[in-house]
Design a protein around this ligand. Sequence first.
Ligand SMILES: [Zn+2]
Length: 196
Amino acid sequence: MILPWIQLENYYGQNLVRPYRDNFVYATRNSTFALLCFGDSAGGRDVALFQSTSLHAEVNALRGELWDRIWAQVGNRKSGNPRAIITLAINRSSCCGCAQWLSDALAELRTLGASRGDRFIVAARGIYEDAAMDTRTTDQDLRKLFGAGWEQQVLYTPRPSIPHDPTRDGLPPYGQQLYDGLARLGVSTPDPALLP
Ligand SMILES: [Zn+2]
């Protein structure tokens, strides 16, 4: 259920991912960043950062050029393209609107041919509100993302000065809230959430 940031660097490439680390280490849950990461079994790698504008960062990620390229590759499975792992790292869990966008986008991609062999991970640092989870990110949103095929993880991005502790105890309070929500609903994969 916990995806350590270092795994993003190891899998997608330190040179591509590391420059964006501070956006996730020091961001609060009120500032939105989304890092869209693409990797495939043939060694293809691509990463792009999106910020909130008048739209939330997740929506901007789905409107970006990289998502179009993911569509072209993953949505064209008949051509024998290699298997892909797509990770959307965000600094707080998605609101109801973005959960719907993300779920619809993945459902559409699956109808085009993306299969179980491709992995889609959404990893947030924590929950986007207080523990009640009744307005911004609800139980229903976490279930919806799970149903659409998103693997949900808690992104672990400690300050560099802090000892590495990718466990529930090592998460900030709003990360622990997301962890507990995913566990309570059974909508995450078990630890460790390893990328290959
Ligand atoms: Zn949103």
